[in-house]
Ligand binder design. Structure first.
Ligand code: PLP
Length: 365
């Protein structure tokens, strides 16, 4: 049981620009002497590499990858207009989520605050690390309940996870709400922007210089079309990035991933074209679904998926699976009762989905 205190109380009367990152870090991590490879100590370019017991043959795969992914970060820095020193790259956003928890939350003592419903990985990572997870239901308008989030937090609340656009509710959290939490929460606020490229809202990246306790997560898994290479980004103050770098596996991003990502980042036109197509496909799907008697509601979406309500969602889900169309059943999630989650597919995939739903309506059983 945590102690409820009147709001606002002293703990939240802090200036987030003043957040003392060092004091939030777990003490064993603060005093950690990280693994250091000879390769990361050598700053030159051409060299005879006899330091890491690699095989001299089979270039380039014989070599360990750059542990700090300098070239890739420099390119991301250009695209995102964030200094390379403020970027962490992980094996998916999932690595960044896990490392943030391990850097800041003492197992058995500290806790994490979050919204509900939201992305399942925050709680799974908290559970794996034996960190208490306190989530607060969204308001009826699907926004964070600021007062309740602040009530439920205490001096051991080190991280606050927000997701915008939120998965699974598909709406964006209002910028004012997020910033109010960033300003009042005494720990680190992690804003997961996995779907930001599909959103009408602007990213919080430009706000990083103002808030030392803000972490923005983005990923190459969605708009960039590279879920298979496992590459996620965390943007934050250097003090936070340095902690993540000190506890990650030294070679967490492999050569194939670094090369493939750099290749893809040489131009951004494909990505921009994909986003446009997906958004127009989303609109087409909304138009078609909203006139189906079968469909009871569609949540307004700011992402690349739709939450669609049915009277008998499980039957629809199983019927679609029988036709080899796999969707996500969110019908038993709080505030999502009756909803299935459809990722926006290609034009032909979306047509097949609509055909299958029509066939379901017309079936005789
Ligand atoms: C898909 C998704 C991610 C992406 O995770 P990766 O590990 O980068 O693939 C992150 N956050 C949310 C909310 C997502 O839905």
């Amino acid at each position: 049981m945590h102690i409820k205190m009147p709001w606002p109380f002293d703990y939240f009367n802090k200036s987030s620009t003043m957040t003392d990152i060092q004091s939030l870090i777990r003490s064993n991590i603060r005093s950690l002497i990280p693994y250091s490879s000879a390769r990361s100590e050598y700053k030159g370019t051409e060299a005879i590499l006899l330091d890491a017991n690699e095989n001299p043959y089979n270039y380039p795969y014989n070599r360990y990858p750059d542990p700090l992914q300098t070239r890739l970060k420099n390119r991301i820095s250009e695209i995102k207009a964030v200094a390379a020193e403020k970027i962490f790259l992980g094996n998916g956003s999932d690595e960044a989520i896990d490392l943030l928890i391990r850097a800041f939350c003492e197992p058995g003592t500290d806790n994490i605050v979050s919204i509900k419903p939201t992305y399942g990985m925050y709680k799974v990572c908290a559970d794996i690390n034996n960190i208490e997870y306190r989530d607060v239901l969204l308001t009826p308008g699907f926004q964070p309940d600021i007062e309740k989030l602040i009530h439920i937090a205490d001096k051991n609340s080190k991280l606050l996870f927000l997701c915008t656009p939120n998965n699974p509710t598909s709406n964006s959290l209002k910028r004012d709400n997020i910033l109010q939490l960033v300003k009042s929460f005494a720990g680190i606020v992690v804003v997961d922007e996995a779907y930001i490229d599909f959103s009408q809202e602007v990213s919080l990246l430009a706000d990083l210089p103002k808030y030392k306790n803000l972490v923005v997560l983005q990923t190459f898994s969605k708009a960039w079309g590279m879920a298979g290479i496992r590459l996620g980004m965390a943007f934050a103050h250097e003090e936070i990035i340095n902690v993540l770098n000190s506890i990650k596996y030294p070679y967490n991003i492999n050569i194939l991933t670094q090369h493939t990502a750099l290749d893809r980042l040489t131009n951004t036109t494909d990505k921009d074209k994909w986003i446009k197509t997906i958004l127009s496909e989303r609109q087409k799907l909304v138009n078609k679904l909203s006139v189906m008697p079968l469909v009871k509601d569609i949540m307004p979406s700011d992402a690349n998926f739709l939450m669609v309500k049915f009277d008998r969602p499980r039957e629809v889900y199983e019927y679609l699976t029988g036709r080899k169309i796999i969707v996500r059943d969110r019908s038993r999630v709080e505030m999502c009762t009756g909803y299935l989650r459809f990722t926006i597919g290609s034009e032909s995939e979306n047509i097949l989905l609509l055909e299958a739903l029509n066939a379901f309506s017309n079936r005789k059983d």
